[in-house]
Design a protein around this ligand. Structure first.
Ligand code: FAD
Ligand code: NAD
Length: 476
């Protein structure tokens, strides 16, 4: 085994959380090493983790391609644009997505070089005394050490014992981002974020999509009004979402997948060409911790950390999907920067109360802060203002009248507690709400800020006015 190289910081995992920690620490003058094992579709190391390789970026690339196709075949007519005989070449679409992935994973490698970060390709294992053993693809081992180690090993899809991934018929997110043709019948287990986004991609391209969701309520983590409005739109798009559906079996027979599930009406069978299992993700921490490191994991395999992502052992930190909290790239980004700053002796902080969520369906769904249901459950007195996009000139001019903005403010202080949206481009509009909430703003603050006309952001302005029952373009 080679002699241990010494660094100030070793990051295990080069996904969004890990590469942010590495780059920020290098900016602050630390000698940094980052170990990552991800192998790209071209067989080479690909930094950027789930997000860049099989998550955020590739899914948004396909969502955008499929949205263009859907608009061409379903929306253009209303503008007087005829697009008869439109077709989609899936190979080109997936190839475009792969190119974008390569551009961004290569971009992280370039940033590592520019910041003089030592990049190791292999599997890291934390040993006692902040040493890390790296096993390369050919099995060779070397050990490096540092004063601080950040664990950022991310998460992997949860596999159902009765619907095991075979990479061909029963797939995870990576598989559903790489089909070579539009499946005629596409089944999804789980109407969560991945199920809705990837279900939308293949639906827009012509697949018949059925989503089986175990829970009786649709999108239970979103505000109930927003979930209801979104469900209405998905129904119009003929996304077949079946709630309270408990799947018990998925068998591949003669190139088809036969799924058995039961709901309140009894047992049913569904036959599809491809089945995506998207029932959540689990922290990826197995085989990561050597003997006697003192690092603890919880019942879900997540590394136990405090509010500053310190793992309870001198110099050991953990961030991103492998710890508690939302499994979102931007939550990992912020944790990465926080720990790098703390390690460098600076102040670091993440405001976990206002991490925005976005679901990139059509219409998009976005929120930050508490739902009305949470406020009620926590006995927080609140007042609510809503405003529909159907009354926003820009939304109607864009032929995007679906959805609304809902603002929740404290009944006594008027401080904004939550903002919830469903509609066109709300992934961008939510930033205004996050900024207002980060500055502890009130609905009155947003109501008095000038919003450009005509823009979609006027729905946020009107929702703020509506909290005080003084929206202009609707009856209060
Ligand atoms: P990961 O991105 O999982 O990275 C961990 C890295 O560590 C990987 O490269 C892995 O190979 C490596 N690794 C693991 N163990 C070891 C080891 N022992 N040694 C060396 N390397 C190791 N989030 C959003 O915010 N917005 C979105 O739009 C969004 N879309 C998504 C779409 C899909 C289909 C999926 C699956 C996820 C999406 N997410 C999205 C979630 C987002 O991808 C994750 O929250 C994010 O990637 C987590 O970052 P991370 O750095 O913690 O882990
Ligand atoms: P999810 O937690 O969002 O949804 C999983 C869904 O599957 C839930 O509705 C759950 O009730 C259901 N479910 C669980 N077991 C089931 C079963 N046996 N049968 C039927 N339904 C079942 O998980 P996901 O969609 O796999 O995504 C994982 C995570 O990745 C997300 O929670 C999110 O953190 C991240 N992600 C984020 C984005 C984004 O930010 N736009 C996009 C994709 C993924």
């Amino acid at each position: 085994m080679a002699d241990a190289q010494k660094f100030d910081l070793i990051v295990i995992g080069g996904g969004p959380a890990g590469y942010h920690a590495a780059i920020r620490a290098a900016q602050l003058g630390l000698a940094v090493a980052c170990i990552d094992r991800w192998v790209g579709r071209d067989g080479k190391q690909a930094l950027g983790g789930t997000c860049l390789n099989v998550g955020c970026i590739p899914s948004k690339a396909l969502l955008d391609s499929s949205r263009q196709f859907w608009n061409l075949t379903h929306q253009f007519e209303v503008h007087g644009i005829a697009a008869k005989g439109a077709s989609i070449d899936v190979g080109t679409m997936v190839g475009r997505k792969d190119k974008i992935v390569k551009q961004f994973t290569g971009g992280v490698a370039m940033l590592f070089k520019a910041n003089k970060i030592a990049s190791f390709f292999g599997t890291g294992k934390l040993l006692k005394g902040n040493r890390v053993e790296i096993t390369g693809a050919d099995g060779t081992k070397q050990t490096i050490s540092a004063a601080n180690v950040v664990i950022a090993t991310g998460s992997v899809p949860i596999e159902l014992p009765f619907a095991k991934f075979d990479g061909k018929h029963i797939v995870d997110n990576a598989g559903a981002l790489a089909f070579d043709a539009v499946p005629k019948r596409f089944g999804v287990i789980g109407a969560g974020v991945i199920g809705l986004e990837l279900g939308s991609v293949w639906k827009r391209l012509g697949a018949q999509v059925t989503i089986l969701e175990a829970l009786p309520d649709f999108l239970g983590t979103a505000d109930a009004d927003i979930a209801k409005a979104a469900a209405r739109e998905f129904k119009k798009q003929e996304l077949d979402i079946r709630l309270g559906a408990k799947v018990s079996k998925a068998e591949v027979k003669k190139g088809e997948v036969v799924v058995t599930y039961s709901d309140k009406d009894g047992e049913h069978s569904l036959t599809v060409d491809k089945l995506l299992v998207a029932v959540g993700r689990r922290a990826y921490t197995s085989e990561l911790l050597g003997e006697g490191t003192g690092v603890k994991t919880d019942e879900r395999g997540r590394i136990e950390v405090d509010e500053h992502c310190w793992a309870g052992v001198d110099g050991v930190w953990a961030i991103g999907d492998c710890v508690r909290g939302a499994m979102l790239a931007h939550k990992g980004f912020e944790e990465g920067m926080m720990v790098a700053e703390l390690i460098a002796g600076k102040a670091g902080h993440v405001d976990y109360d206002i991490i925005p969520w976005v679901i990139y369906t059509e219409p998009e769904i976005a929120w930050a802060g508490k739902t009305e249901q949470q406020c009620k459950a926590e006995n927080i007195p609140c007042k609510v203002g809503t405003f529909p996009f159907a009354a926003i000139g820009r939304a109607v001019a864009m032929n995007e009248p679906a959805g609304m903005v809902k603002m929740i403010a404290h009944a006594e202080t008027d401080r904004i507690l939550g903002v919830h949206m469903v509609g066109a481009e709300v992934s961008e509009l939510i930033a205004e709400a996050v900024v207002a909430m980060a500055f502890k703003g009130s609905s009155e603050d947003l109501a008095r800020i000038v919003h450009a006309h005509p823009t979609l952001s006027e729905a946020v302005h009107e929702a703020a006015l509506a909290v005080d029952k003084r929206a202009i373009h609707k009856a209060n």
